[in-house]
Each structure stands twice: as structure tokens, then as C-alpha cells.
Design a protein around this ligand. Structure first.
Ligand code: MG
Ligand code: MG
Length: 284
């Protein structure tokens, strides 16, 4: 495997196509869950839906068994930020804000993506926070694409653009201690991708890099704590939180958001590679 000077796993275009196939499975699982979200549905119900979609597509849920994690998704409700464990006892209620994080491995390659959605009628301020997290994620991805294209990009250009987008949008807490990551033949690889910081630092952004970009923000303080279940991360002040994520890969001719069905075209336009999905494992 080719590696960069900083020991980051660099993928060939063919390997990135395999990541695209895995990413489309994750996208399908998230889509199925999004359609099923409603008051009265439990997070265990959503977990079962995701696992079914992943396995129906010949992939394996990468979260299941990861350091002992018991499920195929993380479902984080309201003040839960990330890593919530799905449960039959956690029944969604009207007005909840729900983050669904999902990963799949197909033919040895990973995809990792998350969405934040409202349950039924939801406070517009919470939906706006989810939108800000999404905008920040796309700004980070766009910065990576531009930096790789002009040859001057550095890793923290992503972090800087994520933070800038959030700060411009309002007084949100930017969760520290968790962030994006390299991804490829493992779900979590180097480098760690901070959601804040100065631009122009860290490894160069080069074709072959694949990263998961995942802003986490809150309506209040950025401080978090882990529950005694050893997984669930909540806000210390009880404020609501949003988390979104996409996996993206840098190619010679642009970025490919492997977990976005359109590859990122709607949000990034010409920054997206002209490469077409050569592999689409999803049934008609
Ligand atoms: Mg994830
Ligand atoms: Mg991730």
C-alpha cells in the first residue's frame, strides 16, 4: 500500500472505487433509516433496518463488535452527541433530534457517514443547527478539494473551514475531543481531523487520501462527558447536539464523496471528480 510522508494510507483510484461501493451501502442504510424515523419507533428498530440493508448488499456493519460496540449504528438522541447505543427502550418522541451514524465494510473497504434528523415536528432552531453542521461539513470537504487541486492544501484547512462556517452561523458549541479521521482498509486511520483550528498546518492534502469529515456541534457548551455505559457521549450542560458525517476521497481530478449518492455533486459542483460510479452494488 502506498503511504504518504506522514504515513497516511494513500489509495489508488481503483481502491477508491471500492470505497465508493462501500459508501453507497452506507448511504442506502441511512436512507432507509431516515424514512423509518417517526415517533414510536425505537433506536433498536432503526439499528435492525440498517443491519438488514448492509447485509442485503453483501457488506458487514463495521460498528458491530468495534471495541465491543454491540450494534450496527450509533443513535444519539437530543443531548447525546455521538456513540449512543441503540435500544428497544429508547423510543423516539415527537420533537427529538436524532443523530444516526453508520458504517459498512465491503470487500475490505470502509464507508462511514452520519445524518441528524428531527422526529416529527421539531423545533426549527434544532433543525437549523443540523443544517449548520452539514454546511460546515461541506465547507470542509470543499476546502480539501480545492487544496488538493492547487497543491497547496494542508489538513487543517478542513478544520479551519469547518469552524469558520459554524462560527459565522451562530453561537454553537464546537465539540472538542472527537473529530474526523482517515479511512480505508480500517474505519479509523490517521490522520485525526479536528473540527476547529488554524489553516495551513498538518499533512499535505494529496490525491489518494480518504477522510471522514464529521462536525459535532451543540446549542450550548462544547463540553461533553461519557456515560457509564462506556460509549454514549452527552453534552455536560444538557444542550441539544447535532452530528453529521461523510466519507470523501481525493482523486487527481477532484473529490468524491463516497457516502453521498450523487458523489457530492449537488453541494460541490465542479469540485467533484468526473469519475462515474463504476460499481453500484445496490439492488434496483
Ligand atoms: Mg461515523
Ligand atoms: Mg467517523
Amino acid at each position: 500500500m502506498r503511504r504518504s510522508a506522514q504515513d497516511i494510507q494513500l489509495k489508488t483510484p481503483e481502491q477508491i472505487e471500492l470505497m465508493r461501493a462501500a459508501g453507497l451501502v452506507v448511504a442506502a442504510a441511512l436512507d432507509a433509516m431516515r424514512s423509518a424515523v417517526a415517533p414510536g419507533v425505537s433506536t433498536a428498530d432503526l439499528d435492525a433496518i440498517a443491519e438488514q440493508v448492509i447485509r442485503d448488499n453483501g457488506a458487514v456493519p463495521s460498528f458491530k463488535g468495534y471495541h465491543g460496540f454491540p450494534a450496527s449504528i450509533c443513535a444519539s438522541v437530543n443531548e447525546q452527541v455521538v456513540h449512543g447505543i441503540p435500544s428497544a427502550a429508547q423510543v423516539l418522541q415527537e420533537g427529538d433530534l436524532l443523530s444516526l451514524d453508520c458504517g459498512a465494510v465491503l470487500n475490505g473497504w470502509h464507508g462511514d457517514s452520519a445524518i441528524t434528523v428531527g422526529v416529527g415536528e421539531t423545533d426549527p432552531a434544532l433543525l437549523r443547527m443540523a443544517e449548520v453542521a452539514e454546511d460546515a461539513m461541506w465547507a470542509g470537504i470543499a476546502a480539501a478539494a480545492r487544496g488538493a487541486a492547487n497543491g497547496r492544501g494542508r489538513l487543517t484547512d478542513i478544520s479551519f473551514n469547518v469552524e469558520k462556517t459554524i462560527r459565522k452561523a451562530g453561537r454553537y458549541g464546537i465539540v472538542d475531543g472527537y473529530g474526523g479521521h482517515g479511512i480505508g482498509t480500517e474505519m479509523h486511520q490517521d490522520p485525526h481531523v479536528l473540527n476547529h483550528g488554524k489553516p495551513g498546518k498538518g499533512p499535505r492534502l494529496v490525491p489518494g487520501m480518504a477522510l471522514a469529515i464529521e462536525p459535532m456541534i451543540t446549542m450550548g457548551s462544547p463540553r461533553t462527558q461519557e456515560l457509564s455505559d462506556g460509549w454514549t457521549v452527552i453534552t455536560r450542560d444538557g444542550s441539544m447536539a447535532a452530528h453529521v458525517e461523510h466519507t470523501m476521497a481525493l482523486l487527481e481530478d477532484g473529490v468524491w464523496v463516497t457516502t453521498a449518492p450523487d458523489g457530492g455533486r449537488a453541494r460541490l459542483g465542479e469540485l467533484v471528480t468526473s469519475r462515474q460510479p463504476a460499481l453500484n452494488p445496490l439492488p434496483e
